[in-house]
Structures are given as structure tokens and as C-alpha cells.
Design a protein around this ligand. Structure first.
Ligand SMILES: [Zn+2]
Length: 61
């Protein structure tokens, strides 16, 4: 099972996007939203406001 590099969602075979970096590391994305955040903005998962995990952790503070 492949997981989205950014948000950790499981990707069904044939869905999502595969991205190969210059260092040959392969990244997988479930959506263009995740792709943009990872590649262009360089954000980390826990710093991203729209992620479910971030919201959950904020609520528990
Ligand atoms: Zn994702």
C-alpha cells in the first residue's frame, strides 16, 4: 500500500500522483493540494492548518 507523502492517506493502486525528485526519491500524493504543499510551499504535515491531525492536536491543548 502506498501512502501520500504529505498527509499520509492511503492511495489505492492507480490513484494519486507519483513524483520523482532529483535525488531519485519517490513521493506520492493523493491530491494536487498535497503536491503543492509538499513541493512548492515546503510545509511539513504537522504545520499545515487544514490537516486533520493538526486540528485534533490543537483541540487537545
Ligand atoms: Zn495527501
Amino acid at each position: 500500500m502506498v501512502k501520500c507523502t504529505f498527509c499520509g492517506e492511503n492511495l489505492e493502486k492507480g490513484t494519486g500522483k507519483m513524483y520523482v525528485q532529483k535525488d531519485a526519491k519517490i513521493l506520492y500524493f493523493c491530491s494536487s493540494k498535497c503536491e503543492k504543499n509538499q513541493l512548492k510551499l515546503g510545509r511539513k504535515f504537522l504545520e499545515t492548518r487544514w490537516s486533520k491531525r493538526f486540528k485534533k492536536e490543537k483541540r487537545e491543548e
